[in-house]
Design a protein around this ligand. Structure first.
Ligand code: PUT
Length: 277
């Protein structure tokens, strides 16, 4: 095959995922990581950080909708949201679709992710100048340590994989800080990798760390994500209170467009196959 392929090769899992690329549009080393952008043949633009696929034009809606709407419709009165990571701004845009949300603070360590997303994924950055949005470029762990207790309703951890700069976001001390910063009824949601590949190595330890940090209930949801290893991904929700809510009527009458999430998919996403239970 004479064509150019980008391959995310995983030595840990022994698999690789390839996309046929037309052109490398950009490559740079930032103080934190290497960011590459490709134009692909069938998935639009592709952002890759340190060799790992972050998003494509074609399928990012699955991830961004499932990182935002299930948690927001699970909170009884969401007003203040914090996003840790999320520099491509796709999650931010979904969160801001909710009129009830009054303030979203996003803290990504690397400003270049956002600037490159504005150039190569402009459709995700339409809400960046919404007056409710505040974009900070700083260390998310330090930000959380300095945040006021009980000041946030929802924390969304939309990070890279738990290696390198993001590793501390997957550990109990960070979850303890999140619990302190969440108001009553507060919920933390974090991207939690592949149900097939990372159940024992990431999802189970995450449940244990969140529970021992003091969260009352921890639940994982799952959804397809073709450009991530195994094509199947998850997000884990940690609830300050034991009671699990779903504002189903509000989800049915949400009044904005989504392509994957709706009230029925909300239920569906939390139904676990036996091996995950
Ligand atoms: N934001 C999630 C990135 C995961 C890449 N494998």
């Amino acid at each position: 095959d004479h064509r150019n392929w980008f391959t995310e090769a995983s030595t840990e899992t022994g698999i690789g995922f390839s996309l046929h690329t037309k052109e490398k549009l950009h490559s740079e080393q930032t103080p934190y990581q290497t960011i590459d952008i490709y134009a692909t043949e069938t998935f639009g633009n592709l952002m890759v950080i340190d060799g790992f696929v972050m998003l494509s034009t074609r399928d990012n809606f699955l991830y961004h909708e499932m990182m935002s709407h299930p948690v927001i419709f699970s909170h009884p009165h969401p007003r203040k949201v914090v996003i840790i990571g999320g520099g491509d701004c796709g999650t931010l845009q979904e969160v801001l679709k909710h009129p009830a949300i009054q303030q979203v603070t996003q803290i990504d360590i690397d400003e270049r992710v956002t600037r490159l997303s504005e150039l190569y994924f402009p459709e995700l950055c339409q809400a960046n100048h919404d007056p409710r949005a505040k974009l900070l470029f700083a260390d998310g762990i330090q930000w959380m340590q300095q945040a006021d207790a009980g000041s946030v309703d929802i924390i969304i951890v939309d990070s890279t994989d738990p290696i390198g700069p993001a590793e501390g976001l997957f550990q109990q001390p960070f979850y303890q800080e999140c619990l302190r910063v969440l108001a009553s009824d507060g919920i933390l949601v974090q991207q939690s990798e592949s149900p097939l590949l990372h159940l024992e190595s990431i999802i189970q330890p995450m449940h244990q760390a969140m529970s021992s940090a003091g969260f009352a209930t921890v639940r994982t949801l799952h959804f397809p994500q073709p450009v991530y290893p195994s094509g199947w991904w998850s997000a884990t929700l940690a609830y300050r209170n034991a009671k699990v809510d779903f504002r189903e009527l509000d989800a049915q009458n949400k009044g904005f467009d989504t392509r994957y999430y709706d009230a029925a998919m909300h239920h569906c996403a939390f139904v676990l196959p036996p091996f995950m239970k």
